[in-house]
Design a binder for this molecule. Structure first.
Ligand code: FES
Length: 776
């Protein structure tokens, strides 16, 4: 529903939408009644806004005086444009302060200024560039040892207790110590800082009573003075280490970019930002995992799952629930027009469970392979600089605790939370265990078996679940069919025709299309033995037996069937029948007209011919070369009715022929999937370096001749998903805004390449060493 907002409503609740006086929203009482400080939003913000995601994704809340934005795409679009959607209100008090509290703050000389989170351009990016060095992945790895030492000291202190509040015993203090260490701030006043930072949160994002406001104002004022005194101490150590020392040095070197007022405000803001969010996120993580026992047990059994489990916890129960923006001109979010000056509460907790982006978004699944897309760290130029150190801490906490206390469980308790709009995590988290069962009592060597994780977003290759092979059957010459189930007997994720899984065994990772029936609690794939291949199929043929446990990634679907066409031509060459057969099954079930053409060397070498004949008899044509039956591709394409679609999977020459034949047909007529790519890595002798501007992040990266664009982007601290890293899967696709691309993937069709608006960052490059501008 399109709305045109007139004057912004007053804080007291006038409706901002012309002609709809007072109700707060022309269509919904739910919008009028939305309360960010009480009720469902404080209990479960994502669930509280489910109605909004479904019915009214952008609405005005008269109680808060803000526009609430709840869908993933809308929130990402707001983050992307930090000029039209200014961050200037991020640290504004969300509840107006009483004059007495303002007086108290004045008495302490409180003069909080803009900091990194609420600065506008161009000042923001200039400072961010000047100060980002410590946060880059290459400079963070050195912190792992310190984090592990601090974590271990805490776990050592409570390992024999059998019951502990994890927040008090570890999750508050370790992130604070890490933050102080990282910043280079003395660690002598931890207890004081805890009160200070709580006061800062209540002051900025809470709704304190008048009495509480006075109390909080005193704490905030003292925090301000404390931050000032620490800066003075630090100035006396010109060679001091840590990010705040670096900021102080930059203040001396480039005072116009990093001025005095900035240093003081930043000191106060970053002490909170650097640890409070990690503490809360870590408490949420343990609570979530211990409430989903299967996930906890899987991690205990296989700690390589930790990086993605952390990401899924950040998605499902992140510590940053909502952030703020203010329009600097007339703007449109979703299909709602907003006036200049409109204040927005963009609810990341809601975006993170938006079904439009995350399948089964309200289900917690540590094997979810797009968990890393969550918006808990924000997105774009203002994305959290400390995200990788936060991830690092959460991974080490989880690794140490799952290894040493796999029998940990949540104790009976009532959880309490600090009421506010934006941060969320339990005040306490009581856990218990039988300390006589601690594994290290029987196995002291356990303490030394730590796992290191690379810095940054998790790699998709680490997101693998255990499955058991339940059937191995020869279905044609050199082709075996494997049937697999979850190793724990749990339900496997649902899949759709065109999806594939990746089997990981014997050091090989190989993708195979699913060809059973969606909805069954087992997956079926067919594997062609390729004696001239790289060894994966030979290994499977020679070693896989029923009962064997292996690992699997996926399912992923990069070859989706568009179910809206009027007619379908399905073309399979050899083992390419597997996704095509699943599509034919689906089209038959939908009652859509389709033809299935299946070509191969000989009937004996073609899998599932009998099954295809049984299920698709009238629609099926088999073209076996040994019978002299060749597929007439020009004839088939020529006979395709208008609006028809072609889905093809098979050898490259077949796909190339179809691309040629369909080049004059409407975009999207041909969809195909390749078996392999030609990417064999970079040859620096032949490659050229180039430059890529990341427009959403305000960064420019240099891509060396021996480096992929994907690696260069990640080195700058920007997360981009990836999977195959050879141009096959499409998961590293990035938006191209400007510049000519040398496409080297096999994902994009010729016409998609010609559009020049997207590229695969793992393999494609700028043409002739030119410059690219990317929507990242
Ligand atoms: Fe698969 Fe780039 S990671 S195409």
């Amino acid at each position: 529903m399109a709305e045109t907002a007139g004057e912004i409503g007053s804080k007291s609740g006038g409706c901002p939408v012309s002609g709809h006086g007072g109700s707060g929203c022309p269509v919904s009482e739910l919008a009028a009644n939305f309360d960010a400080f009480e009720g469902p939003y404080q209990v479960d913000p994502a669930e509280a806004l489910r109605w909004s995601r479904d019915q009214l994704p952008v609405f005005y809340s008269p109680k808060l005086g803000y526009w609430i934005v709840s869908r993933y795409d809308d929130i990402k679009a707001v983050f992307r444009d930090n000029i039209l959607f200014s961050p200037k209100n991020v640290l504004e008090k969300i509840s107006p302060a009483i004059p007495e509290a303002m007086e108290v703050l004045k008495g302490y000389g409180y003069a909080m200024n803009r900091t990194m989170v609420n600065e506008d351009e161009p000042a923001h990016m200039e400072r961010r560039r000047a100060l980002i060095g410590h946060f880059l992945p290459e400079n963070l790895a050195a912190n792992q040892e310190m984090i592990r030492r601090l974590t271990r000291e805490k776990v050592d202190a409570f390992i024999d207790c059998g019951r502990v509040d994890l927040v008090d015993a570890m999750l508050y203090e370790v992130p604070l110590n890490v933050a102080l260490h990282f910043l280079g701030v003395p660690e002598d006043e931890i207890a004081v800082l805890r009160n200070f930072s709580l006061a800062h949160s209540v002051n900025t994002w809470g709704k304190p009573t008048p009495e509480k406001q006075i109390e909080v104002a005193h704490s905030v004022g003292k925090f301000w003075q404390y931050a000032g005194s620490v800066i003075e101490k630090m100035k006396a150590e010109p060679d001091g280490r840590g990010w705040m020392h670096e900021t102080i040095r930059k203040n001396a070197e480039i005072p116009d970019v990093v001025p005095d007022s900035y240093v003081h405000s930043m000191m106060m803001a970053i002490i909170v930002a650097a640890h409070e969010t990690t503490s809360l996120a870590s408490a949420n993580m343990f609570k979530t995992l211990l409430s989903h026992r299967e996930a906890w047990d899987d991690i205990c059994a296989d700690p390589s799952l930790i990086p993605n489990a952390v990401e899924e916890c950040l998605r499902y129960a992140g510590s940053i629930v909502a952030w703020r923006r203010q329009t600097t001109g007339p703007a449109r979010v979703g299909d709602v027009d907003l006036p200049e000056g409109a204040k927005l509460l963009i609810v990341q907790a809601s975006a993170n469970q938006d079904e439009r982006h995350f399948e089964d978004g309200d289900t917690f699944d540590i094997y979810r392979d797009n968990a890393v897309d969550h918006l808990t760290f924000g997105y774009g130029a203002h994305q959290c600089m400390g995200k990788n150190i936060g991830r690092m801490e959460m991974r080490i906490f989880l690794e140490e605790v799952t290894r040493r206390l796999p029998h940990l469980r949540l104790a009976e308790q009532e959880f309490s939370y600090l009421p506010n709009t934006s941060f969320r995590g339990p005040d306490h988290l009581w856990v218990e265990w039988d300390s006589s069962e601690n594994p290290e009592r029987r196995d002291p060597g356990l303490l030394d078996r730590t796992l290191e994780f690379p810095v940054g977003a998790p790699a998709r290759k680490d997101i693998a679940r255990r499955i058991r092979v339940t059937g191995v059957q020869t279905v044609a010459d050199r082709i075996v069919q494997l049937t697999v189930e979850d190793a724990h007997g749990r339900a496997l994720p649902n899949w759709s025709p065109g999806a594939h899984i990746e089997l990981c065994l014997g050091g090989y990772d190989r993708k195979y299309s699913l060809c059973g029936a969606p909805g069954e609690n087992a997956y079926t794939v067919a594997v062609l033995r390729e004696d001239e291949g790289r060894g994966g199929s030979r290994y499977i043929h020679d070693t896989v037996k029923p009962g064997m446990e292996i690992r699997m990634r996926g399912p992923h679907n990069l070859f989706r069937l568009d179910e809206d066409a009027e007619h379908y031509l399905l073309v399979a060459g050899g083992i390419g029948i597997t996704p095509i057969l699943a599509m034919a099954d689906r089209l038959k079930a939908l009652g859509k007209p389709y033809q299935l053409h299946y070509a191969g060397r000989s009937r004996a070498a073609m899998a599932f011919v009998d099954r295809a004949a049984r299920d698709h008899g009238a629609a099926l044509s088999v073209h076996a070369r040994e019978d002299g039956a060749r597929m007439d591709l020009p004839g088939l394409v020529g006979a395709l009715p208008e609006g028809g679609r072609i889905y093809a999977c098979g050898p490259e020459r077949m796909i190339t022929a179809l691309e040629d034949l369909t080049s004059g047909l409407p975009e999207g007529t041909l969809r195909f999937e390749h078996f392999s790519s030609h990417n064999t890595g970079l040859d620096p002798e032949k490659e050229q370096a180039f430059e890529a501007e990341l427009s959403d992040s305000g960064l420019t990266v240099q891509v060396a001749a021996d480096q992929t664009l994907l690696d260069a982007i990640r080195a700058a601290g920007i997360d981009v998903a990836s999977d195959c890293c050879e141009g096959l899967c499409g998961s590293c696709e990035v938006q191209v805004l400007d510049g000519d691309v040398d496409h080297r993937d096999v994902v994009l069709s010729r016409s998609e390449r010609a559009e020049n608006n997207r590229m695969m960052a793992c393999c494609s490059r700028a043409k002739n060493g030119g410059r690219l501008r990317l929507g990242l």
